[in-house]
Design a protein around this ligand. Structure first.
Ligand SMILES: [Zn+2]
Length: 251
C-alpha cells in the first residue's frame, strides 16, 4: 500500500460505469488508475474527484498498475473564475501529456503546483504563477537550460549580449554558439535586462517582482511553441487569446 497526497487532473469515462482517473502524486509524479463503477450513483470516489483539488490517496500496486483503495479530500482550491479555469485546465493538460514519464523530482514539481493553485485560488499574481510553473515543469523533466550560462559552451553569458533559445526549446545559447547553429526561426531572444529580470523572478518565491510590458507574452508564445511538440492542447488557443487581448500583469 502506498499513501500519498495528490492533485486530481482528469477523468476519462470508460464504457457506461467506469473511468480512468489521472492524478499528480507527491511521491510518484503522474499516475492513472482504473476505477470500476466510478459513474455509478453509489460511487464513493465520484463526489470527491474534482479537478485541481488536493486529496490523500491510498494506492495498491498489482502487476505494475495502480488501484485506488481510499481517497479523502485534503485541501480545496477555488478555480471557478473563467480565466483561472482556462489557465489551470491548460496546466493539467500539460501534466497529463507526460503521464508515462515520471519527473526526476516529483516532490518539487508537486510543491510548485500547490503554490500555483494557492495563487490561483487567492486570485493573486495569476499570470506570473502560471508562467513560473510552466518553466518549473520543463525543469522537472530535465528540459530547461540555465539563464546564467550557455547551454553549448557553458560560458557565463557576457554582460551586454543577447542570449537566444535553441529552436522550440528552453535552452539558451551565447551569441557565438547561436551563430554556429545557423538557425533563425522561432527563437526567443533575451536582452541582458530581460535575462536578469526573468532569473530574479523565477527565484523570488513570494513573487514581489513583476514581469512587465510585452515580456510575459513573448515568453508564453515561446513556451507554446515548445508544447506544440508535446501534443495538441484544447485550452492552448484560449490561453493565447487571453494573454494577447488583456494586460498579462492584470490577470
Ligand atoms: Zn556558447
Amino acid at each position: 500500500m502506498i499513501q500519498t497526497s495528490a492533485i486530481c487532473l482528469k477523468q476519462r469515462p470508460i464504457g457506461k460505469t467506469s473511468a480512468v482517473l489521472s492524478f499528480l502524486c507527491e511521491r510518484l509524479g503522474p499516475v492513472s488508475v482504473y476505477e470500476r463503477g466510478f459513474q455509478n450513483a453509489s460511487s464513493k470516489i465520484k463526489p470527491l474527484f474534482d479537478l485541481g483539488q488536493e486529496v490523500c490517496l491510498a494506492l495498491t500496486v498489482k502487476e505494475e498498475r495502480y488501484y485506488l483503495s481510499e481517497m479523502i479530500l485534503k485541501q480545496g482550491f477555488d478555480l471557478t473564475d473563467y480565466r483561472i479555469l482556462v489557465f489551470s485546465s491548460f496546466l493539467f493538460e500539460l501534466l497529463c501529456s507526460w503521464q508515462d514519464n515520471p519527473p526526476t523530482r516529483p516532490e518539487q514539481l508537486y510543491q510548485e503546483l500547490i503554490k500555483c493553485l494557492h495563487d490561483f485560488s487567492e486570485k493573486k499574481k495569476i499570470f506570473g504563477s502560471f508562467l513560473c510553473f510552466q518553466i518549473r515543469l520543463l525543469e522537472a523533466y530535465g528540459l530547461a537550460g540555465s539563464l546564467k550560462q550557455c547551454g553549448e559552451c557553458s560560458q557565463r553569458f557576457p554582460e551586454h549580449e543577447l542570449c537566444r533559445s535553441e529552436e522550440n526549446t528552453w535552452n539558451f545559447l551565447c551569441s557565438s554558439c547561436h551563430h554556429k547553429t545557423g538557425r533563425k526561426k522561432s527563437i526567443l531572444e533575451l536582452s541582458p535586462e530581460e535575462r536578469h529580470a526573468l532569473s530574479h523572478y523565477l527565484q523570488d518565491r513570494n513573487r514581489h517582482s513583476v514581469l512587465s510590458g510585452d515580456f510575459p507574452v513573448k515568453i508564453q508564445t515561446h513556451l507554446m511553441r515548445i508544447y506544440e511538440e508535446w501534443g495538441t492542447f484544447k485550452s492552448g488557443a484560449e490561453i493565447m487569446r487571453l494573454i494577447q487581448s488583456g494586460k498579462p500583469e492584470a490577470l
